[in-house]
Design a protein around this ligand. Sequence first.
Ligand code: SAM
Ligand code: SF4
Ligand code: SF4
Length: 361
Amino acid sequence: MSDTRADGARRLPATGTPIALTDRHQRPLRDLRISVTDRCNFRCVYCMPKEVFGRDYAFLDRDELLSFEEITRIAAVAAAHGVHKIRLTGGEPLLRRGIEQLIAQLAALRTPEGEALDIALTTNGSALAVKAAALKAAGLRRVTVSVDSLDDELFQRMNDVRFPVSRVLDGIDAAHEAGLGPIRLNMVVKRGVNDGEVLDMARRFKGTPYTLRFIEYMDVGTTNGWSLDEVVPSAEIIRRIHDVFPLEPADAVVPGETAKRWRYVDGGGEIGVISSVTNAFCGTCTRARISTEGRLFTCLFASSGHDLRALLRGGAGDDELAAAMASIWGARDDRYSEVRASLTPELRAQRKRIEMSYIGG
Ligand code: SAM
Ligand code: SF4
Ligand code: SF4
């Protein structure tokens, strides 16, 4: 058993390390998103536009990346202090060589209650057809696959590397057959680009084992030239689908879910909407992010991260690592999506923001 101190921190007998249970808004640390590479084989227009991420772009060198052992150590310390869920992301996580080995290492970790962690991965699906079975065998539980359009011409234009949508759809089916479900499909909706695809996507995945989720286009980073006019509010998406396939709201399954669930009235399954812009959910945000080279970010919109790699490579023990993470989380005050609307475009532009491909979605 642990004893709770007056300052809200807890002393765990296993390590003797004081940890903050919650941040400054009483949000616990529950989920860790780990970016395993800053590279990607796609150049999605809203994430890694070619003009910025071209041939001359300086990606991280191999020795700058956290090793699998370093990632596992961070995950183990996090798991000992409240994290239940780990999502691997990137860049494109399936480009990291030997990712199955990392998954196997993470799958061996246990919470203090003796439970295995919920290990998931977000991917563009391009390598899933080849890798799905090995990922499952290594201990991956679920995948989320990004699909922005079913129209091949538009899909290829959006990924900007001429990658055909049929190969991603094959990858999704392979993941399903391998047992990597329930599978979620993420569609980022950008007005004037793929918002005309919303109904086709809903129609295609209604009544399948896949749950489609519509994501509002966000102002992550500074390279995608975001403008509020390009955001399609979730309410509009629901209205458009509801007009053709009636929907009703469904209860959250887990408290603090990012997606709001909607159910087809005719029993054709569910969809989700992630309203990061029009209906922020910072109040229940329990996520920390680890960048590819080991910086801990307490918000997707943070301007800087905390260098855990320096601690690891400087010989810090688990206690020291835990204390650092606890103090960073304890000081967390982030709620960018809630304050976004109050910022003028000039103030927003002045804010330094990290790229989605660097920190992972
Ligand atoms: N490469 C993988 C993929 O595309 O699924 C994982 C990394 S990607 C950065 C994670 C998720 O972030 C994807 O679902 C992607 O569509 C989403 N994303 C990227 N940029 C975004 C933006 N500006 N607004 C909203 N979602 C975004
Ligand atoms: Fe790559 Fe994913 Fe970003 Fe697209 S959204 S460029 S697939 S990291
Ligand atoms: Fe969490 Fe930051 Fe997103 Fe708010 S803006 S939900 S605090 S990551």
